[in-house]
Design a binder for this molecule. Structure first.
Ligand code: UN1
Length: 511
């Protein structure tokens, strides 16, 4: 496999790096990485020990004052070089992501592009870390805010976006003057190693010290828990399930650390009687089967107005029948495998739940068995007819299962159903009616962090703040003013006069 060589990857690798250096040792736990594409064990990673963890943290602590002292545009220059270098490695890295996670090559390439985009974005943002100035109530006083680097930021990422989510966090943190320690998912560690090696090239060229960008691959008990409890880490950015995020948030809160949480979604599209189906159908299909239904932004629920329900259902059944499932490295295939056999088990259980709770499978519902599916991770993209209140519909099953739900009456009825789940990440409406669109976007509309009009729920651009409400965790990453979470805010009042007036008009005199 050429892409592995092009990325300087070997079969046996260390999973711990402080930048350009890789830490290793004997007797540590090995992590065998199996591709869901063909079931081949293609890498063996030595995971981090508790001693490695300490080494990484100590190095990060040393690097922080050095990195912090480089003016922000200088840090932006390093990020610019990372973006340039990523362009050179886009094809092999995109291919590796596809091979390691099972997402189609196009989506793997798109993911690398997402990191390139955030690098470009951060170059500009590095000159715009501004605070506001306001007026003081006191004469000859100036009142303003400024932002300073926080320190060590831990980034815990999931398997489904093994490099993009690092990019959103690490590149923003870097321009903010923070150093980062990245714990990727043990289900997609090789993409993380490849990315670390690409970044290392830039660190080397610029003679930067170890500890600015660190990588630490290890299990939850050895590494994850330590990060959550470590007071040296003021901010933990966590992407993962609601269950794991809830535990992480509690642990970090106990030591009064900060978190950015990007947890589960249960995203819906509303198709009203005024929808343009030419736009809606492909958006729905991509939203539901992209990354095999394993994006946090995946379209899971579809609320279709009763007047066009059977038409939309027919369109979707036809579209699903034309989908090709297979090796995601082959461009003809629309959907690859799920991440592993456990994910297939969850898919199977959900299918059982649907029929048990009174739903009907309209398309798919089976695990694929032919020779080309020998890894046993391939499933059929699935359409199911259900009712919104079914317990299974309230859950986020990380699989390509789309729930079709008919609604009657006004768009408000569909919005109510959109909002009645615990999660609140992404939502969309397909309509050409201004009243419906603006109702969906109004305060009584969608309660999600993302609300789209005439586009699907997934595939957000990096320029906006990314994240959601309720059980999705409330965090915001990526663009807009998300950078502020990676810095500490300081309110400054300067007295340049010769008197000492107190605020609120308080009188206080000493002899
Ligand atoms: C995720 O699934 O955790 O909006 C992130 C999207 C991608 C990111 C998804 N840009 O679908």
């Amino acid at each position: 496999m050429n892409f592995l060589d092009e990325l300087y990857l070997e079969k046996n690798m260390s999973g711990t790096s402080t930048g350009t250096m890789w830490l290793s040792g004997k007797g540590k736990k090995q992590l065998l990485v199996v591709s869901p594409v063909d079931g081949e064990a293609f890498a063996n990673i030595t995971t981090a020990s508790t001693r490695n963890y300490e080494q990484v943290l100590e190095q990060a602590q040393k690097a922080f004052p050095i990195w912090r002292s480089i003016p922000a545009p200088g840090r932006g220059e390093i990020v610019r070089q990372i973006g340039l270098r990523l362009r050179d490695f886009k094809l092999p890295l995109g291919t590796l992501i596809a091979y390691e996670t099972g997402k189609p090559l196009q989506e793997g390439l798109g993911e690398v592009q997402e990191v390139i985009d955030i690098c470009d974005y951060c170059v500009g943002q590095s000159r715009m870390l501004y605070g506001m100035t306001t007026v003081s109530e006191r004469p000859s006083h100036r009142l303003f805010e400024q932002y300073h680097p926080l320190g060590i930021v831990a980034i815990i990422t999931a398997f489904n976006f093994p490099v993009a989510v690092w990019g959103w966090n690490a590149m923003i943190a870097a321009i903010c003057g923070d150093v980062t320690v990245w714990k990727p998912s043990s289900k997609a560690p090789v993409s993380a190693i490849a990315l670390q090696k690409i970044v290392a090239g830039v660190l080397e060229q610029n003679d930067l010290p170890e500890g600015i960008f660190s990588l630490i691959i290890g299990d939850r008990a050895t590494i994850g828990e330590r990060i959550l409890e470590d007071k040296r880490i003021p901010l933990v950015s966590f992407t993962g399930s609601v269950t794991a995020g809830r535990i992480a948030a509690q642990k970090v809160a106990e030591r009064l650390g900060k978190t950015i949480l990007e947890l589960g979604g249960n995203n819906s599209i509303i198709v009203t009687e005024f929808a343009d189906l030419k736009l809606a159908v492909p958006a729905i299909v991509f939203g539901a089967v992209g990354t095999s239904g394993q994006r946090c932004t995946t379209t899971r629920r579809l609320f279709i107005h009763e007047s066009c329900y059977s038409k939309v259902k027919d369109h979707l059944c036809r579209a699903y029948a034309s989908l090709k499932v297979g090796n995601p490295l082959l461009e003809a295939n629309h959907m690859g495998p799920l991440i592993d056999k456990n994910a297939v088990k969850a898919y199977r259980q959900a299918i059982k739940g649907i029929t048990k709770q009174g739903g009907k499978i309209l398309f798919g519902g089976n695990v694929l068995k032919k020779k080309e599916y020998a890894s046993q991770c391939y499933v059929e993209p699935t359409l199911a007819e259900v009712k919104s209140h079914f317990p299974i519909v309230r859950e986020e099953t990380f699989a390509p299962i789309l729930y079709l739900i008919s609604y009657v009456g006004t768009v408000e009825n569909a919005i109510t159903m959109n909002n009645e789940v615990d999660q609140g990440l992404s939502s969309a409406i397909f309509s050409t009616n201004l009243n419906q669109i603006e109702t969906f976007l109004s305060a009584k509309g969608s309660d999600c962090g993302i609300a789209n009009v005439n586009i699907g729920t997934s595939g957000a651009e990096i320029g906006g703040a990314f994240g959601g409400e309720k059980d999705t965790g409330g965090g915001r990453e990526c663009g807009s003013d998300a950078w502020k979470s990676y810095m500490r805010r300081q309110t400054v009042t300067v007295n340049y006069g010769s008197e000492l007036p107190l605020a609120q008009g308080i009188r206080f005199k000493i002899e």
